[in-house]
Design a protein around this ligand. Structure first.
Ligand code: CP
Length: 315
């Protein structure tokens, strides 16, 4: 039975209930099949307009939001910040108000500063979708990761998930920690001491362990999620060299052997091959990195559909 989605914006996973997460994932599952058709288009969002406003580079998120909008028959507009009037000194708020005056239904925004989507949501009549804000959240990434896990493990509740790497700067880690613990998984995080905040108590109530060693986090895990080293957000040296990072924290087959035999490997991309993940792991049958990208289109179709008034699919 379909259920109403009572939100306009998607700003973070922190705000969502487990029931809403399940509703979005069920809706995405229904949309998944459209991308396998010869004619990959349905009229669900005909007459709606989606603006992609990305202040940071992106391959996967921007392309999949654009494809998602087009496969639902919405008009999709990509704004290049370098050729927009932002480069002439227009403020972010004025840019948002001017875009809003053109009556889009959805604005998808990525920005290097945490909280920008929340600011835009206060002034915009359009639904605001957070496509990544600084080190805060990347909600659609966590949703597509959850869809990948659910498709391959059949559930999320009760699973053990290791998240390895640059936790400190990772919006992917934050959104995933919120989502996975709300859905009943146990999450273990590990990485260089300088890149793993010791105190996550403000983030979740339970279900999260901070491990001193990568091996402790991976041991017995059902899912091993590797994070990218985010050199663009690191304003000082958090570890001596990339070579040392690869030796002490990189996911190799030897480290992966500590996980359950049927463990799956996720990485949000873009990958630094040979640093946080060895190429033979990234290209192995246990790696679902391209499945994540595939499910990203379905999740973003669901998010655009729900943010513009659609109802959540139910089972
Ligand atoms: N995972 C992710 O956000 O990738 P992009 O930066 O390419 O969008």
């Amino acid at each position: 039975m379909d259920k109403p989605f009572r939100r306009r914006d998607l700003l973070g996973i922190r705000d969502l209930s487990a029931a809403e997460i399940i509703g979005i994932l069920d809706t995405a599952e229904n949309f998944r099949e459209i991308s396998t058709r010869e004619v990959k288009k349905v009229p669900a969002l005909r007459g709606k307009t989606v603006i992609n406003l990305f202040f940071e580079s992106s391959t996967r998120t921007r392309t999949s939001f654009e494809l998602a909008a087009k496969r639902l028959s919405a008009d999709a507009v990509n704004i290049s910040v370098s050729s927009s009037s932002l480069s002439k000194g227009e403020t972010l708020l004025d840019t948002a108000l001017n875009l809003d005056a053109m009556a889009p239904d959805c604005i998808v925004v990525r920005h290097s500063s945490a909280g920008v989507p929340h600011q835009l949501a206060k002034v915009s009549k359009a639904a605001i979708i957070n496509a990544g804000d600084g080190a805060n959240e990347h909600p659609t990434q966590a949703l597509l990761d959850a869809m990948t896990i659910r498709e391959h493990k059949g559930k999320i509740d009760g699973l053990e998930v290791a998240i390895i790497g640059d936790i400190l700067h990772s919006r992917v880690a934050r959104s995933n920690i919120h989502l996975l613990t709300k859905m009943g998984a146990t999450v273990r995080v590990a990485g260089p001491g300088t890149l793993v905040p010791r105190d996550f108590s403000h983030l979740v109530e339970n279900g999260l362990d901070v491990c001193s060693h990568v091996e402790d986090a991976i041991e017995g895990a059902d899912v091993v999620m590797i994070l990218r080293i985010q050199r663009e957000r690191q304003d000082s040296a958090y570890f001596p060299t990339l070579r040392e990072y690869a030796i002490h924290y990189g996911l190799t087959n030897d480290r992966l052997d500590l996980a359950k035999k049927d463990a799956i490997v996720l990485h949000p991309g873009p990958m630094n091959r040979g640093i946080e993940i060895a190429s033979d792991v990234a290209d192995s049958s246990r790696s679902l990195i391209l499945d994540q990208v595939k499910y990203g289109v379905a999740v973003r179709m669901a998010v655009l559909y729900l943010a513009t008034g659609g109802s959540m699919s139910g089972k």
